[in-house]
Design a protein around this ligand. Structure first.
Ligand code: ATP
Ligand code: MG
Length: 410
């Protein structure tokens, strides 16, 4: 029988998961242990889908689609006037146990319908921003390489999701900030259309100054937290990366801000006040450009990260293997960050990584996971790359083509 880690008070985990019409799962009700779990199954049997469901409960978003409708089983149909829906729920064991649930209701056809989410925590209706942080999870998949080589919005999104899970104020501020940018952009656009002269347009001077204040107020908090977390992750990731990649060159995540230059961003954790001042100065110099382009040009929504090892930009010059090590170190650092911030180990979801990593990095990762004593779901299509030690300590679950997940004992 696989070894089981009992809830120690320093880890959180999902003790049971229930899926209804969630992608290929018509109905699944399963108890999950804490500790390492191997999810074994052929291609297209639902391994990623199971991890996706848990990630959805943590972040309210799928990691592989922005189209929620796609999550609803495509054969699901309205019944007795109730529209087609998918449901994901879990019992979560942590300091205060809880039950979380997301229902995705699809109005219309499977390929065109509109989906909306209904969220409940302990049976009470909640907004998406209230669910984030109830279940903490870190996911690592081969597509995460895009974090190094893909577009800046992926890196911003990465930071936003990581911080949102540990800081409820960040989620709310981010939501408000996005609205402020939209409002401010529409004002700037109307100024730009009227010939770049805000002044003399009735009320627009006051309006702009109001939106400037809002932008700086919310944007400087976001930037303050991002820089703080960047510093924290850098400290944690560097040591992990050194062991993982067998190098003594420093891994550093550099934050390039559209708001403040290095004199502020290179500080370990610049205060919100200093950031707000830099932000105001930046808005003054950007004024004419903003009028011309009709857009907010400075703020956390325009920032980016660069990953360097020994000063070399990994996005530009890193090999695939180097880029993978950087991301893996970053994700393991995120686990530590969540642990330090919440006092509990988050769920770790590792999709397809055993087949993607070289044997040495795979051994390091699985060893680290065993030491972490957290609930970790590792997917694989066969046992060979998983290794004996992990296998002897993990609980084994098997996905089958009919959308069933079975626990294999012994
Ligand atoms: N909305 C949906 N309704 C029904 N089935 C779906 C839906 N979305 C995806 N599927 C199917 O679910 C199955 C499981 O997909 P999933 O990505 O979880 O497989 P997997 O086990 O991770 O496979 P792989 O080893 O190839 O990564 C696939 O056959 C996929 O086509
Ligand atoms: Mg998969």
């Amino acid at each position: 029988m696989a070894a089981r880690v009992i809830y120690s008070g320093a880890t959180m985990y999902c003790s049971s998961v229930s899926l209804t019409n969630f992608r290929n799962y018509r109905q699944l009700d399963i108890a999950l242990p804490n500790g390492p779990i191997l999810v074994l199954g052929a291609n297209a049997s639902g391994k990623t889908t199971l991890l996706e469901a848990l990630y959805l409960l943590a972040t309210t978003k799928s990691h592989r689609t922005n189209v929620d409708r796609e999550l609803v089983n495509w054969s699901a149909r309205p019944e007795l006037g109730v529209p087609a829906f998918a449901r994901v729920s879990a019992q979560v064991r942590r300091r205060a146990d809880l039950e979380v649930e997301i229902i995705i209701v699809r109005d219309g056809q499977e390929d065109t319908g509109v989906a909306r989410k209904r969220i409940r925590v302990n049976d009470l209706p909640k907004r998406a921003i209230d669910l984030i942080g109830q279940v903490n999870a870190v996911m690592f998949t081969p597509q995460d390489l895009d974090l190094v080589i893909g577009s800046p919005d992926l890196r911003r999104r990465y930071l936003d999701i990581a911080i949102s899970q540990i800081d409820p104020h960040y989620v709310r501020t981010l939501q408000t900030y996005k609205k402020v940018v939209l409002q401010r952009n529409s004002l700037l656009k109307s100024i730009s259309e009227r010939g770049l002269r805000p002044y003399g347009m009735s009320g627009s001077e006051e309006q702009l100054s109001f939106w400037d204040d809002e932008l700086v107020r919310h944007g400087s908090y976001l930037l303050h937290r991002r820089l703080e977390v960047r510093g924290h992750l850098n400290r944690l990731a560097d040591g992990i990366h050194a062991r993982l990649a067998g190098t003594n060159e420093t891994l550093e995540m550099i934050y390039n801000s559209s708001v403040a230059d290095e004199s502020v961003t290179a500080l370990e954790a610049p205060g919100q006040q200093a950031i707000a001042e830099a932000y105001r100065a930046r808005l003054r110099t950007a004024r004419q450009d903003e009028f011309r382009r009709g857009q907010t040009l400075a703020g956390p929504h325009r920032d980016d990260l660069v990953f360097t090892v020994g000063g070399v930009d990994m996005g530009r010059y890193g090999s695939r293997g180097q880029q993978r090590s950087v991301i893996l170190a970053l994700k393991l650092a995120e686990v530590e960050l969540m642990h330090e911030s919440t006092g509990e180990m988050p769920l770790l979801l590792l999709d397809d990584v055993v087949s993607e990593l070289d044997p040495e990095r795979r051994r390091y990762l699985l060893q680290a996971v065993l030491e972490h004593r957290q609930q970790v779901l590792v997917t694989a299509t066969d046992l060979v790359p998983v290794g004996r030690e992990f296998l002897s300590r993990a609980s084994l679950f098997e996905t089958t083509s009919s959308g069933v997940l079975l626990e294999r004992k012994g």
